[in-house]
Write a protein that binds this ligand. Structure first.
Ligand SMILES: NC(=O)c1ccc[n+]([C@@H]2O[C@H](COP(=O)([O-])OP(=O)(O)OC[C@H]3O[C@@H](n4cnc5c(N)ncnc54)[C@H](OP(=O)(O)O)[C@@H]3O)[C@@H](O)[C@H]2O)c1
Length: 220
């Protein structure tokens, strides 16, 4: 067994901008990925492009095989997704990348939930029993996520929120393998800070990508 085979089994469901960027970054970091889409052909096509450590599966099989499931889909569709695959998602770590926003009709975006709510806290209440919700991989725009991975000389940070100290090592491993430095900002109740308009989001008060050194200076 080589090192790649011993890594956390991660399934990426939904191969749009964020799904593709997360998959591509993980493969660059030599981390195997299971790709799934509503169209198996789309998953196979991306797996062929990414090479040997990317495999394509039907959504249900991808979830069953993975320890960590990343539905890289819209906030309102995640609710449906969780209902449809409630049995298969039992006991899994589920990473929510979503930002609860929609076009505002003026070329910008507006929040589609109450100002003081977060997708993370809403989704945490809907998760199947024994599963663990983590908020990660959604703090940067898709192009920054794709282009800033493995930045040199210093990596950029991906913030994550999690109530589960047991799962943090796995999530940190995924963030590191995808070319970023992880920074745990606290529990799921802190999700609002790392969603769009939050104080730690690229499209919020932070407004840029930061290194671990910069985060530590800010927090100190
Ligand atoms: N774009 C960004 O800059 C950005 C940044 C941070 C976070 N996010 C979050 O990332 C998530 C994905 O955004 P994106 O920009 O990658 O969107 P996208 O390019 O439109 O991709 C979304 C993917 O979701 C899947 N999907 C669409 N409708 C679905 C449905 N009814 N049921 C199940 N799956 C469905 C599709 O995948 P398949 O066709 O492969 O099934 C689609 O490619 C969103 O929650 C968004 O808020 C986006």
């Amino acid at each position: 067994m080589n090192a790649a085979n011993q890594k956390t089994k991660v399934a990426i469901i939904g191969l749009g901008n964020i799904g593709k960027a997360v998959a591509t970054n993980l493969v660059k970091g030599n981390h195997p990925v299971i790709l799934a889409s509503r169209e198996l052909g789309k998953a196979k096509e991306l797996a062929n492009i990414l090479g040997g450590i990317a495999t394509a599966k039907e959504i249900i099989d991808a979830i069953k095989e993975a320890d960590v499931v990343i539905p890289a889909i819209y906030f309102d569709k995640i609710k449906e997704f969780v209902k449809t695959y409630a049995d298969e998602l039992q006991g899994k770590i589920i990473i929510d990348v979503s930002n609860p926003i929609a076009p505002d009709g003026n070329g910008g975006f507006k929040k589609i939930i109450d100002q003081n709510q977060s997708a993370g806290t809403i989704l945490a209440d809907l998760m199947p029993s024994n599963s663990i919700l983590i908020k990660a991989f959604g703090t940067l725009g898709a192009s920054s996520l794709a282009n800033a991975a493995f930045n040199e000389p210093e990596r950029k940070v991906l913030f994550f929120a999690s109530d589960s100290t047991n799962s943090n090592k796995q999530v940190e491993g995924l963030i590191i393998d995808s070319g970023f430095d992880p920074f745990h900002i606290g529990g799921i109740d802190q999700s609002i800070r790392i969603e769009v308009f939050g104080d730690l989001h690229e499209f919020g008060a932070l407004g840029k990508l930061v290194t671990l050194k910069e985060v530590k200076q800010k927090v100190a």
